[in-house]
Design a protein around this ligand. Structure first.
Ligand SMILES: *[C@@H]1O[C@H](CO)[C@@H](O)[C@H](O)[C@H]1NC(C)=O
Ligand SMILES: *[C@@H]1O[C@H](CO)[C@@H](O)[C@H](O)[C@H]1NC(C)=O
Ligand SMILES: *[C@@H]1O[C@H](CO)[C@@H](O)[C@H](O)[C@H]1NC(C)=O
Length: 785
């Protein structure tokens, strides 16, 4: 097993780099950039989502309330058809089937007095000294247990939902050790058999991290850096390991977190990812470890990304179990990000519960040894291990020896585990490598759902939330990673802070600081053609020939066309012929023909009257269309936009759009930049046409008057305009710009909803010289609306 401390060299290298950075930076960039490109191209794991869906209010059902923020706690109450949502100073009960419908809400605000006290202790009154709801769990009597940070004085309460009303019972239970003091701190909690397990910091100053079970008698971890060292808690899950256990094992609670490595003799603080676990029946020791866990064991969790020197750190973990099979087959899907700021790769690693459980049950321990006078080094313990095994749950063998509860454990076992909670062996992901690595928005949360596809096989689909408010949908097909789409959920892109899945509604619920979104697992309607539907390789969707629609598998009894592994679209029927809309172009004028590509993996080509066009300065190939500049009679004809996409099964060409372009013979245009919109119906377009018509009439009148007065010379002269444009095009070199755009941007920047590329925007800019720049961000914003 590799050791994280093999990083000695890396650390030195890094600190040296800081000094020499200004010299090395250009070098590093020159060296790294091609490397990064190669990674993108060579690595099968450097994925680009096939489809990028920018924000649109129809992407999801949304909920947010004016002036309320931080929607980061959720409880699914499928028994009540409700989603309970904890935000800042408020709890909401939303309709689980449509979260835009609020069933009830209750405020839990801090008092003026509490806010002042908190402010006096040096915290920010307007932000930190509020009550952030952090814990929401169902209790066995169908009520709910809720805790909030309560102006840096955490408090818990019971809450009930009756007759359409949410009521807090005002029990004012102490929330220390259950809920964080500091709202910006992450925590994890779980209600298991009506006992609350929580991992958080239990004092105001923030240096007492604990893993705690509050009831029946509180049991917690030791305040020792060998147990928890500046941890960030990420998630918790229970595991029914007593079920049909041949050795009479106990159920367990797993905790995922990251912390400063104690076992590392590095110069800098090195963060590592961990999984820890405790036994459900743990009551603490009699004298040693009194009211402390006797079963707290932890191990390093590896997610080896390429040659990265520093270990990746865990951001979230999701337990996925097949309800038909034993807990041993459960998996933990975890998302990781780098701990250095220099990388924008994120990864998903998957762990078998049985692998984790084996390390705890059979693995070797690490032990501290003092070298020199005060320096402590952690090495593998190779001495004798006491019986019962330290950290093990009470099992049949212990019971045979008369040890029926942890209170009976002998002192050597307890002394051993008190000093050595860390396992020697690290836990490796399935396949010893990540399932998915991606450059772009950092992963923040993950949920996994299994679906049976048309081929009868079951696939685990990952839904990954990012720091930029998007959700990725990804599947692994026999080792090939495929990202079906990336969807922007929120108008204000902020990190996805919580992600939940309901197997009753089949919907996902995502929370951010600005709102909550509910999205279905299947969004087949985004594909309008059979080809697109099949090439999307979405296991939830297929093409129904009878209704000619891409529909969810679950909603159809008929045979559908789907090919998730191969992307074989050869069974697709001929697409309906498109009746091309007529477009007119003025001699010397410009025209944009829209053709939004359905896929980031496809290449778009254009044909005119059956002849393939090549980009020339006058014919610009944009990401979403074709721009014809300074048109002439030869530009008339029938235009077809083709999307060419490769899949394992072959290369497929689809007609995405078609236009019949004619030259308008009216002399009114005078080469002005009039951009006829792509066909769109509706009164607003009609209105626009009327206005333009009036303007043209006015212009003509004005011109006639000018000629009459001799203010303008004849013949007409468009030189100035044409000259400027060709200069702009010379700078652009369009084909390259577009290609690199795709490579670098599509991973990071999709979902911002840009339909105008920078170059395009420059072309759309008014011609006057006093407007040299176009404000791209504002264009994006307008586009988002
Ligand atoms: C959800 O509820 C909102 C508010 O009542 C409504 O406007 C919207 O159409 C509903 N959405 C769906 C998908 O039913
Ligand atoms: C709460 O939301 C605001 C955004 O409105 C954000 O700036 C702040 O960091 C959030 N606070 C916490 C504790 O999440
Ligand atoms: C949903 O999952 C729970 C366990 O989390 C399981 O008990 C239940 O049967 C599942 N329901 C459906 C409809 O699959």
């Amino acid at each position: 097993m590799t050791d994280c401390c093999g990083n000695h060299k890396a650390q030195i290298y890094f600190s040296m780099n800081k000094r020499a950075m200004h010299l090395l930076l250009p070098l590093i960039i020159c060296w790294l950039l091609p490397q990064a490109m190669m990674l993108e191209e060579d690595s099968p794991l450097g994925c680009v989502p096939r489809r990028s869906v920018p924000y649109h209010r129809d992407n999801a059902n949304l909920f947010r309330e004016e002036g309320v923020f931080n929607y980061s706690t959720m409880l699914l109450r499928e028994d009540l058809d409700l989603l309970l949502l904890g935000a800042r100073e408020a709890v909401y009960a939303l309709d689980l089937n449509n979260i835009s419908k609020k069933a009830a809400s209750v405020k839990w605000e801090v008092t003026q007095d509490q806010e002042e006290k908190c402010g006096d202790k040096g915290k920010d009154r307007k932000t930190e000294c509020k009550n952030y709801i952090r814990i929401l769990h169902k209790t066995e009597d169908n009520r709910m247990y809720v805790c909030g940070t309560n102006a840096f004085d955490p408090e818990c309460d019971y809450m009930s939902y009756n007759d359409g009303k949410l009521t807090l019972e005002k029990k004012a239970e102490d929330g220390k050790g259950k809920c964080p003091f500091d709202p910006s701190q992450r925590h994890a909690s779980l209600m298991f058999e009506n006992n609350l397990y929580s991992a958080t910091v239990m004092n105001f100053l923030g240096f007492e991290p604990v893993l705690m079970r509050s009831t029946p008698g509180p049991i917690r971890s030791e305040f020792k850096t060998s147990w928890l060292h500046e941890p960030t808690f990420v998630s918790m899950a229970e595991m029914p390991e007593s079920e049909m256990s041949p050795v009479g094992d106990d159920d367990k609670v797993y905790l995922f977190f990251r912390e400063i490595a104690v076992e590392c003799d590095c110069y800098n603080k090195l963060m590592v990812s961990r999984v820890a676990r405790v036994c459900k029946g743990d009551l603490g020791g009699q004298r040693t470890l009194q009211k402390k866990w006797t079963s707290f064991l932890k191990a390093r969790l590896d997610c080896p990304v390429l040659e990265s020197q520093l270990p990746y750190i865990i951001q979230d973990a999701y337990r996925w179990c097949d309800p038909q099979r034993s807990w041993r087959d459960c998996l933990f899907y975890a998302v990781f990000t780098p701990q250095s700021e220099t990388s924008d790769l994120s990864a998903v690693c998957v762990y078998r519960v049985s692998d984790i459980s084996r390390v705890f049950a059979e693995g070797k321990y690490k032990t501290p040894v003092t070298v020199e006078t005060s320096f402590v080094k952690w090495v593998m313990y190779s001495g004798e291990v006491p019986v019962p095994r330290p950290g093990a749950c009470i099992d049949n063998e212990a019971r045979k020896a008369g040890i029926t509860q942890t209170l009976d454990l002998p002192d050597p076992t307890l002394q051993f585990i008190k000093v050595r909670p860390l396992m020697d062996q690290a836990i490796q992901p399935i396949g010893q490598k990540p399932l998915l690595v991606r450059r772009g928005a950092a992963f923040s949360r993950i949920v996994v759902n299994e679906v049976q596809a048309g081929d009868g096989e079951k696939y685990q689909v990952m839904f990954i939330g990012t720091e930029e408010g998007t959700i990725l949908k990804a599947v692994n097909y026999d080792g090939e990673m495929f990202i079906i789409e990336e969807v922007q959920l929120f108008q204000t892109p902020g990190p996805i802070k919580i992600l939940k899945f309901s197997n009753v509604t089949g919907q996902l619920y995502a929370g951010s600081d600005y709102g909550v979104a509910q999205i279905p697992l299947a969004t087949c309607e985004r594909s309008s053609s059979c080809m697109d539907c099949v090439l999307a390789r979405d296991p939830y969707c297929g093409w129904d020939k009878a209704v000619r629609k891409c529909i969810p598998l679950s909603s159809s009894q008929r045979e559908i066309i789907q090919s998730v592994k191969e992307g074989d679209a050869s069974l697709c029927p001929e697409a309906d012929p498109i009746k091309p809309p007529n477009e007119s172009i003025w001699p010397g004028g410009n025209l944009k023909l829209h053709c939004p590509s359905p896929s980031n993996l496809a290449e778009t080509t254009w044909e005119r009257d059956g002849t393939t066009l090549t980009p020339i300065p006058r014919l610009q190939f944009l990401q979403d269309g074709l721009l014809i500049l300074n048109a002439s009679g030869s530009d008339a004809g029938r235009y077809r936009c083709l999307s060419v996409e490769h899949s394992k099964a072959g290369t497929y060409t689809t007609t995405v759009a078609e236009y019949q372009v004619g030259i308008s013979s009216t002399s009114s245009g005078r080469g002005n930049s009039i951009f006829p919109e792509a066909q769109r119906d509706g009164p607003s377009v009609l209105g626009l046409q009327v206005v333009i018509g009036l303007l043209v009439v006015c212009l003509l009148a004005l011109l006639a008057w000018n000629f009459y007065k001799g203010h303008l010379p004849l013949p007409w002269n468009c030189r100035k305009k044409g000259g400027k444009q060709s200069q702009e095009q010379g700078d652009l070199n369009y084909g390259d710009a577009q290609r690199s755009d795709k490579l670098l941007v599509s991973g990071r920047d999709n979902g911002t909803g840009t339909n105008l590329t920078r170059e395009e925007a420059a072309l759309y800019a008014p011609d006057e010289n006093d407007v040299p720049n176009v404000n791209i961000p504002s264009l994006q914003f307008v586009d988002d609306e």
